[in-house]
Design a protein around this ligand. Structure first.
Ligand code: URA
Length: 240
């Protein structure tokens, strides 16, 4: 390791952001070789850095979690309103973050990692990664509107890319339909807005699948680590 400012080394380790590292230094919670660090102190590979009692290693191992997100949890690393985040649900102190976003009231599959490269690959629409949603909507959807969803609807002046849509259930009694929608983009509130563009209100939304990954076997709020094999497969699918 070359000689670098201590806050940069802490951020590079994945422990926290550089700004947060600066705050911790100011609070006297960072030590270099047993001495309290000052902002701007420089360190090299021979120095021993400790932050809030944790030793900092040069490079963070990559971790990958698959969470079955419950309702009422936000897809973020922190929340200024103090709401629970998806990262709070995972017993891991590393600087992990969610890939893409699910709304507060949306449930289902979300990947949480510290691998920025994979996060970028999975969220880039050109990589054609399937994101499969199950939406319960008000009203009985028509076959014509299913085709319109597939061909793209205009949201905020921009047409959505081609998708796949399938009616799973249409219940006259409750006047609701359940639709499976497969998209490759990840615009804000995309699924809700696609239905809204056709006059349907989404009552419930779940992400069922990303590429070959599902939440099968995971109860709401549960998570598991991805295997090395699954991570490699995701890289391959995204780069195809
Ligand atoms: N589309 C939405 O509208 N909401 C989500 O949470 C995910 C996709």
């Amino acid at each position: 390791m070359s000689v670098e400012r201590v806050q940069k080394v802490i951020a590079a380790s994945g422990y926290c952001s550089r700004r947060k590292a600066e705050e911790l230094i100011k609070k006297g919670l960072v030590y270099i070789n047993g001495n309290i660090a000052n902002l701007g102190d420089k360190v090299s590979g021979n120095d021993y850095i400790e932050v809030e009692g944790n030793a900092i290693s040069e490079k963070q191992d990559k971790v990958y979690y698959l969470l079955n997100k419950p309702r009422g949890v936000i897809t973020s690393t922190t929340d200024d309103k103090g709401r629970k985040t998806v990262v709070d649900l995972i017993a891991d102190n590393r600087r992990i973050y969610p890939v893409g976003r699910l709304d507060y009231d949306t449930t289902g599959l979300i990947i949480i990692t510290n691998d920025g490269e994979l996060a970028n690959l999975l969220t880039h629409p050109k990589n054609n990664i399937d994101k499969v949603y199950i939406a319960k909507i008000e009203g009985l959807i028509t076959k014509g509107n299913i085709r319109t969803l597939e061909n793209g609807v205009v949201i905020d002046g921009k047409k959505t890319a081609k998708s796949k849509a399938k009616i799973l259930k249409a219940d006259k009694k409750s006047n609701t339909s359940i639709v499976e929608l497969t998209i490759h983009e990840g615009r804000n509130h995309q699924v809700k807005n696609m239905f809204k563009a056709l006059g349907y209100n989404v009552i419930k939304l779940k992400r069922e699948r990303i590429s070959f990954l599902t939440v099968d076997g995971l109860s709401s709020g549960d998570y598991r680590q991805l295997s090395i094999h699954e991570v490699k497969k995701l890289y391959n699918e995204a780069k195809d």
